[in-house]
Design a protein around this ligand. Structure first.
Ligand SMILES: Cc1cc2nc3c(=O)[nH]c(=O)nc-3n(C[C@H](O)[C@H](O)[C@H](O)COP(=O)(O)O)c2cc1C
Length: 303
């Protein structure tokens, strides 16, 4: 998550047993190296780095990932072939985020080690198709592991994703509201107030459909109805605005990327509390499901 997944947050997530992923989309290569080193000082657990494959600095950034022994390369927009080709011989796992069956199949063909399948409710460049339909559709077509994203914040979501055939979940929006998140207090308050209906999808920020909080900027951009600029420059400029937004004290005139799940997030746990509560609650959710299945079985036998 550009602007949110700082070295502090990444280290806290990995240290708590998750896989933290550094938001390096528009970071200059030397800043990527500095951030990786900071993470390594704070945790000895594996972590990943999120990149834009088409960025002008990509070759240098990949050199740095290899030199620094990063374990996972993640990327959302742009063609992944180059990154995968550089990552594979170095033993770096490539995990692209995809929003359709077609792109998932392409990622597998290009050599991806797993895919994050991100449904329409997710924050950022989301799909046209909801997580509930997209995840099993991709699972049915792929041989590599699938990680579900879009709408997850708790154990109920985790068990739902596993039921759909995913191997795990990837959460974005949930981590904005954690104690280790370095987002400004005013911005955190704006996210805390939001309900599940308070996001919109707009292409006016990056040139590609992107889910953001429905603040004044989002409403004004949509009302103007200018032509949408799909160029690489527009993507870069939009991502830069998103990255800067989280440091600002005015949460109204900046693009605040958010998933619909924000409406379910009303607390500010540490990353360890969050991850441990998801793992612990998963057992309770499973027990409940097993109970329902056990009760229903005698009834089913009648049919
Ligand atoms: C603030 C924010 C910034 C994001 N930035 C990126 C990014 O730079 N690169 C990327 O691949 N995905 C990005 N995403 C998408 C997330 O990595 C993740 O897949 C998504 O948030 C999952 O859906 P959720 O928000 O419902 O948890 C971003 C999401 C958010 C909320």
């Amino acid at each position: 998550m550009t602007g949110v997944a700082s070295p502090e947050l990444v280290a806290a997530v990995s240290d708590a047993g998750g896989l933290g992923i550094l938001g390096a989309a528009i970071m200059k290569p030397e800043k990527v190296r500095e951030s990786i080193r900071q993470i390594k000082q704070e945790t000895d657990r594996p972590f990943g780095v999120n990149l834009i494959p088409g960025s002008p600095d990509i070759e240098k950034t990949m050199d740095i990932l290899i030199e620094e022994g990063v374990r996972v390369a993640s990327f959302g927009v742009g063609k992944p072939d180059y990154v995968i080709q550089r990552a594979k011989p170095a033993g770096i796992l490539s995990i692209p985020t995809v929003g359709s069956v077609k792109h998932a199949l392409k990622a597998q063909m290009d050599g991806a080690d797993a895919v994050i399948v991100q449904g329409a409710e997710a924050g950022g460049h989301s799909s046209m198709v909801g997580t509930m339909v997209l995840v099993p559709s991709v699972v049915d077509k792929l041989d590599i592991p699938v990680i579900a994203a879009g709408g997850f914040c708790d154990a109920r979501g985790l068990i739902a994703a596993l039921s759909l055939g995913a191997e795990g979940i990837s959460m974005g929006t949930r981590f904005i509201l954690t104690r280790e998140s370095t987002v400004s207090q005013k911005v955190k308050e704006k996210y805390l107030e939001a309900e599940e209906k308070d996001t919109v999808v707009t292409a006016y920020i990056t040139g590609t459909a992107c889910r953001v909080l429905s603040n004044r900027l989002a409403v004004e951009l949509e009302s103007v109805k200018n032509a949408i600029d799909h160029t690489r420059e527009s993507l870069q400029a939009g991502v830069e605005k998103i990255t800067g937004a989280f440091r600002k004290d005015d949460p109204e005139m900046v693009p605040l990327v958010s998933g619909q799940v924000i409406g379910r997030i009303k607390d500010m746990p540490s990353c360890r509390e969050l991850i441990e509560s998801i793992v612990n609650d998963a057992e309770k959710v499973l027990n409940r499901i097993q109970h329902i299945v056990a009760v229903k079985q005698p009834d089913m036998a009648r049919y």
